[in-house]
Design a protein around this ligand. Sequence first.
Ligand SMILES: C[S@@+](CC[C@H](N)C(=O)[O-])C[C@H]1O[C@@H](n2cnc3c(N)ncnc32)[C@H](O)[C@@H]1O
Length: 310
Amino acid sequence: MPPEFIHKPVMVAEVLDALKPKSNGRYADGTVGGAGHAAAILAASSPNGRLSGCDRDGAAVEAAKLRLAEFAGRFEIRRGNFADLAEWVPAGSCDGVLLDLGVSSPQLDAAERGFSFQQDGPLDMRMDTRQPLTAAELVNTAAAEELAKIFWEFGGERDARRFARAIAHDREQRRFETTRQLAELIERLSPRRGRKTHPATKVFQALRLAVNDEIGSLNRGLAGALKILRSGGRLVVITFHSLEDRVVKEFGRARGRDYTFTGGVDVPELRQPCAPELTWAHRKAVTPGAAELADNPRSRSAQLRFFEKT
Ligand SMILES: C[S@@+](CC[C@H](N)C(=O)[O-])C[C@H]1O[C@@H](n2cnc3c(N)ncnc32)[C@H](O)[C@@H]1O
């Protein structure tokens, strides 16, 4: 693997424990990244297990192919959104699907990708650099109300409106082009005063989720994952913040029910019986152990959930 692409995969043992890879098994990894999990799945499913993987990030795809060279002939990696997995992985074919959400360390650490307020770089944040919408485009052109909505809904930022108004005001004088420009504005409006987290954390998270349509992709990706699983196959999802985890839990609840309902309100009169599509393998999320937390601080917010297709 090129030295610049180093990502420590989280909870590898827990992922393997949930997927229980077997020889002849077929697996899909929707967030292949540096292929740490993919390599572990291929090794554990030797000699015949197969893996279909994708990532939106071209650099990740290249790194993954190199990392997996020893498993040549047993994997296919494509550049693309996991929301589209069901378009190329056959329905009912997989024994296990993994989604390890969020960004990789190389994306966070490369200033030029514009994900981090800790370093100065272009305000970009695209996982797939072929996509036209960048964070700068959003910050410079979206209406203040839309920005406030993004900061609130995707970041839970209480000062969403104030920050959005200030951005709309400042961009009249000068376009926002860099991560530092935006981080400094937020710091000016909301001084740090000894807080542990940087005041721009939530704004940056919200912009990243909006630029990459991460919640929309997750909803489509979960539905697609269920399609490509065979009956008894397992879906493993690792999330890094509560908004994503809420989407996963809601998906598990909705697809695990033995009834559907219309109109968005679950009242007994509107229920229609149906067969549940999945069962929860575990009610409680699995989290990293003490040794992993000490070794990899970025794993601290990871939560793993897994379901079995009925
Ligand atoms: C936490 S990293 C995954 C690391 C990987 N499991 C490993 O072992 O190295 C998340 C990766 O998912 C990718 N990603 C995020 N959302 C995606 C989506 N909707 N479709 C495809 N890839 C996505 C990111 O580009 C990033 O490379």
